[in-house]
Design a protein. Sequence first.
Length: 570
Amino acid sequence: MSFIRKIPIRSLALLSSTIGGIYLIDDKYNARTLQRNSLTIWNGICIGLDYKINFRPEKGDKIDDLHERVAQRILRVCKFNGGLYIKLGQAIQVQSAILPAAYQRTFKTMYDEAPAVDFDQVAKIFQADFKCHPDDMFDDFERVSVASASVAQVHRAKLKDGTPVAVKVQKPNIKKQMNWDLMAYKALMYAYEYLFDLPLTWTAETQDKHLREEVDFINEGKNSERTKRDLEQIRSLKDKVYIPKVFWDYTSSRVLTCEWIDGVRVTDKEGLARYGYKLHDVMKTTIDIFASQIFVTGFVHADPHPGNVFVRPHPNKSKKYYQIVLIDHGLYVEESVVFRHQYSLFWKSLFLMDTETINEICQEWGINDPEMFASATLMKPYNPKTALHIATNQKFSLKDAYEMQMALKERIKKFLSNTELIPRELIFVGRNMNIVRSLNRELGSPVNRINIMGNWAVKGLGSDWTNWGGNAKTFNEKQQQLLGKEGSLMGFFSQLSFVLQSRFNYWLFRGTLLFISIGFYLTKVRESIEIWINGRDGNSRGFEDVLDDRMKQTIEEKFGVVLDQKVFEG
């Protein structure tokens, strides 16, 4: 009898020892891979069941609580697992404008500084990559990092000749964890796509590819040098932007050494004021840089958040001149020539209300809701019957919260009905534009972002007048349709008509930009006068604030998704 009683105790001891051993091995030698993936899978199952059970019409009044519960669960997983999970959480934060308010509030913290690792871990990476201690390579290598992000941290140091440098060191185990992390992420996306009947996996391979490139610091160094060459080709920008030099002898796949640059963040109003720089000038240059990448060079920085964009006094000119400094070149997207041309044409067509071209491009991209895509591109409600500078006060009848969110789901399914055709460049171009919009907003919207983007879209189209003929067809195709026999009198008049139409469309576009600019400045003047008359404190509402309010109102009234104001604060 006593033997029987001893069996459970022995079994329990054996089980405890086995679990403890697995935990220690996983913790010390396997970069917590088993723990991290177990946590991910368990929470993924819980989230799926929570939505399946509780997202129902009869529980419409509890939907906000459901979103809050799930968002907090995802946030806890991201913070516990760290590493690439922080990147995935940041991806959710960037796309939070299309998610319920709970996600917008919860993931606002994802760009807060991540915890740094101890210096002894940094020294081990140097020993593995360079076969020496950091002090053997540098003078004054600071033990405490000056900045820490999801996959790396930055230490200040000096080369042996006294040159100050920033040394970016990858956190340990990132590459070891990567394969399992991305596998778990993909598995959850496939499961959710099946459970919720929404296209969620179409971005998975693209995200996988770019995340792998982002943790290769040799690739990041090459990206920075290519960006420098690209921007030097743009006459209006080459003296206004600076890319720090890479020191290749002190760089590996996990260590990147660049020259140290002193400056202030682009959103630091007080710092810019100390230098005497105008917010309008600084923000216009910043938008010019990224718009030139999107529409002209086709090599786009996909992570231009405030910590990666600095302003410094121009080293070779008087104090009133500045330079924008771009750092962290790990996440880039290279646009195809065809995509860049079509995207430029799409923007031009938005200003001209050229629905034929808009529909043609969207159809070719597999997007079946051009109006929704146009709104997402401009980050303001778009109506193909209303010019961009004309406001609308149209009201929509309210529906039940569940029905409206289901309507949004159906519209997204329609929007993404053919994901094979959607250009993958849109994922990261949209990310760039959303972050740049938040920079403009944080500075009080000193510039009209949409106008600047429109102008660069035209530069991206080049000087070919056939791009102004009214739709996406080339001039030769139009000739075949309109001219009949080449060289005929009818052909001459058709060609003349097309040339005149092209010039008219161009000047119509310029006129539209002019009216938008006038409206932008009149709004600022009016609000400044109102503040002065009413004696109110504070700043006037900026351009981005107005667009944000229109977008919030439209999404809430059409789909019942109430956007938290913090989502527009970057």
